[in-house]
Structures are given as structure tokens and as C-alpha cells.
Design a protein around this ligand. Structure first.
Ligand code: HEC
Ligand code: HEC
Ligand code: HEC
Ligand code: HEC
Length: 119
């Protein structure tokens, strides 16, 4: 947690006038809106330039670490999205996590799992 806030503070301070667009007006997840406030820019995830498609997950990993470093809670279905027998930790975060629309877990294409903390 401390590491994330340090990275976030550094990113916010490095935001320049060239990154003019703010998050205002674009739907964001509550957790990121709260964490970033109105000061952060699209570039925090999308990199420089006008965003046109989903970002690479380099930014996600820069703040959160790789999937194998993010434990999910045990569930009665015995399914672990960040460490499945099928994919290990090889998937991009944005395969499942969206930002501007509801997220959709790939696992649920084939399995019925009720997640308790999927955002
Ligand atoms: C916290 C990370 C994050 C931030 C900050 C962010 N985005 Fe995104 N963006 C995503 C992710 C993840 C996707 C892919 C899924 C989705 O649409 O939510 C995406 C997708 C997009 C797309 C492609 C949509 C599509 O249908 O292909 C556009 C355009 C976009 N973002 C614009 C923006 C703009 C403009 C801003 C700043 C106002 C912004 N984003 C800020 C994470 C972010
Ligand atoms: C600038 C740093 C930063 C970037 C980039 C970032 N996040 Fe976050 N994210 C945070 C912070 C801070 C929180 C709130 C504290 C927490 O829950 O860890 C958060 C919260 C979350 C949560 C909710 C966790 C919970 O249990 O409530 C998810 C899911 C998440 N981020 C996924 C992503 C994904 C996927 C991306 C890339 C598209 C991304 N984040 C990009 C900093 C970042
Ligand atoms: C394309 C369909 C598909 C997707 C997507 C999928 N699975 Fe599976 N999964 C299967 C099938 C088929 C089996 C085998 C069922 C059997 O052996 O009875 C299986 C078996 C499993 C098993 C039990 C067997 C083992 O090897 O451990 C787990 C746990 C599992 N999946 C987790 C996941 C998770 C977590 C995700 C998301 C990251 C996921 N699956 C995504 C089709 C899928
Ligand atoms: C295969 C789909 C999938 C991929 C890929 C994925 N996640 Fe997740 N993630 C989930 C699901 C589903 C949950 C909710 C698990 C639950 O509720 O038990 C989750 C939970 C989380 C959480 C909350 C963990 C907690 O404390 O409860 C964070 C943070 C997160 N993901 C970030 C990421 C990041 C960052 C990446 C890429 C490095 C990533 N995820 C890749 C499906 C995925």
C-alpha cells in the first residue's frame, strides 16, 4: 500500500501541461477515482498522447505488481483468477479488468464463479 501511494505521488507530480485531458467526464472505477482524484491524467494508464484503445498493462503492473503478487481470497469454487491452472499469470490485466465499463472475468466464460471482490 505504501509503495502504491509513493508511485502515485510521483506520477501526479510528473503530470505536465502536455497531458491536458483529465479524468473528469470519463467514467472511472470508484477505487481509482478516489485514489487519483481529479489531478491524475489519462496518461497514468494510457501513456502519452490521446487514448484510442485499451492500455498495455505496464502501468497496472507498475503500481500493483504482477498477478502472482496480488493474492485473491479463497472461494468455495476453488478458482483463482490470478493463478489458474490454464493461464498462470500470463494474461494481461485488461483481459478481465476494465476501467470505463463493468469488468468481465474471462473465467466466467466457462465457469460459474461468484467473486466477492471483483472490480
Ligand atoms: C486506471 C487506468 C486508466 C485510466 C486513468 C484511464 N483509462 Fe482509459 N482504459 C483503461 C482500460 C483498462 C481500458 C480497457 C477497457 C475499458 O474500456 O474500460 C481503457 C480503454 C480506453 C479507451 C478505448 C475504449 C474502447 O472501447 O476501445 C479509450 C478511448 C480510453 N480508455 C480513454 C481514456 C481517457 C480519455 C482517459 C482520461 C480521461 C482514460 N482513458 C483514463 C484504463 C484507464
Ligand atoms: C498510479 C497507480 C495505479 C495504476 C496505474 C493503476 N492502479 Fe489500480 N489502484 C491504485 C490504488 C492506489 C488503488 C486503491 C488502493 C488499493 O486498493 O490497492 C487501486 C485499486 C485497484 C483495484 C481495486 C482493489 C480493491 O481490492 O479494491 C483494482 C481491481 C485495480 N486497482 C486494478 C488496476 C488495473 C487493472 C490497472 C491497469 C488498467 C490499474 N489498477 C492501474 C493504483 C493504481
Ligand atoms: C474456455 C473455457 C475455460 C475458461 C475460459 C476457463 N476454464 Fe477453467 N476449466 C475449463 C475446463 C474445460 C476444465 C476441465 C473441467 C474438468 O476437468 O472437469 C477447467 C478446469 C478448471 C479447474 C480445475 C482443474 C484444474 O486443473 O485445477 C480450475 C481450478 C479452473 N478451471 C479455473 C479457472 C480459472 C481461475 C479461470 C479464469 C482464469 C478459468 N478456469 C478459465 C474451461 C475453462
Ligand atoms: C483472468 C482474469 C483476471 C486477470 C487477467 C487479472 N485479474 Fe485481477 N481479479 C480478477 C478477479 C475475478 C478478481 C476478484 C477475485 C475475488 O473476488 O475473489 C480480481 C481481483 C483483483 C484485485 C483485488 C484483490 C483483493 O485484494 O481482493 C486486484 C488489485 C486486481 N485483481 C488487480 C489485477 C491486476 C493489476 C492484474 C494484472 C497484473 C489483474 N488483476 C489480472 C480477475 C483477473
Amino acid at each position: 500500500m505504501k509503495k502504491i501511494s509513493t508511485i502515485l505521488a510521483a506520477l501526479l507530480m510528473s503530470a505536465t501541461a502536455a497531458q491536458a485531458a483529465t479524468l473528469a467526464g470519463v467514467p472511472m472505477k470508484d477505487h481509482h477515482a478516489a485514489a487519483f482524484g481529479d489531478k491524475a491524467t489519462c496518461a497514468v494508464c494510457h501513456g502519452p498522447g490521446t487514448p484510442e484503445s485499451r492500455p498495455s498493462d505496464k502501468a497496472c503492473i507498475g503500481c500493483h505488481g504482477t498477478m502472482d503478487k496480488i493474492p485473491t481470497k479463497p472461494n468455495r469454487f476453488d478458482k483463482f483468477p490470478h493463478a489458474s491452472a490454464h493461464y498462470g499469470n500470463t494474461l494481461e490485466c485488461t483481459t478481465c479488468h476494465a476501467e470505463h465499463k463493468p469488468s468481465k472475468a474471462l473465467c466466467n466464460d466457462c465457469h460459474n464463479v461468484e467473486w466477492t471482490n471483483f472490480k
